[in-house]
Design a protein around this ligand. Sequence first.
Ligand SMILES: [Mg+2]
Length: 354
Amino acid sequence: MKLTWKRIQAHTRHVWKIARSGESVTGGHNVERAIVSIEHDGLIGLGEAAPTPYYGQTLDTVERTLGAVEQARGTAGDLLGDDPRDIDGIIDRLLERFDDQRAAVAAIDAALHDWWGRKEGQPVWRLLELDAATTPATSMTLSIDDLALMPQKVEEAKGFHILKMKIGTDKDVETLTRLRELAPTQTIRVDANCGWPAAEAEARCRAVEPFKLELIEQPFKEGELDAVRTLRQVANVPLVADEDSIRPRDVEKLAGVYDGINIKLSKCGGIREALRMVQLARANDLKIMLGCMVETSLGISAAAQLASLVDYVDLDGHLLLVDDPFCGLVLADGVVRPGDEAGLGVRPTGNLTV
Ligand SMILES: [Mg+2]
């Protein structure tokens, strides 16, 4: 089994900005990602690393992690072994050593799943005994921006039934008032990205409730669970954890606190860990959102394999790009889903060589 990787660049249509600082693409158009390749038996599987500095991960730490995995090849501490079908064993070994580098682990996990599907000649969703045809519609995300740009963004998102508005500033009401004028019938969910001060919780929530929101994502800083508990007693909108919900061991402590959790492959470590979170969430009566970073179609395709399992889909990262270097995901009537092609079902466009 041969492991290689390379950095690629892509660009967002609009400047990407959210409430908390430290986000990987705040304030610019450039998105840099690592494409990981696993080659074995004449077949190649691909995965994408979309690290977030907020979680202590950058492309440098991804490459250091991949370099350490490569360096251990053929030694007593070999983490990959010789069988790419041993996904559970490989991911267990990787997480034991790189628990805090889950974006890199997620890329290897995706490449292993892609390889497995290509070997079997089946899409990964089918190998996981799921039905991609039942995938719920995705939301299209509008990042924090000058309100003058909102008409253009809403127009660009008119094919989507659900809009996700980034809020969490002192302009929330102004933003949602304008959005409701422009999108009177679309479902609106909001993401505060930790931006609400806990002391103003009830006032902030009361101020946005008239806009008939589907849900509120991560109102407060991570760890402020008492504030979430208090708000949930008075809120008429489901509260969903994102920055509070990183990996499987986070799920049980969120039960009875939030109404749901947002699972992202680059936070949790890939498809295998995401499936664990789905099981834990269901066992603890939590709703499930499946989210993403700004990623190419390759990264989104790994999450899309699981999207039929969840309540809320937010897989629009590739749709924010003007130069997505991969293609193959289906977008139809506001639903993003994988096709019937083998593996993750995507392929490079243009002259990207991997
Ligand atoms: Mg979020």
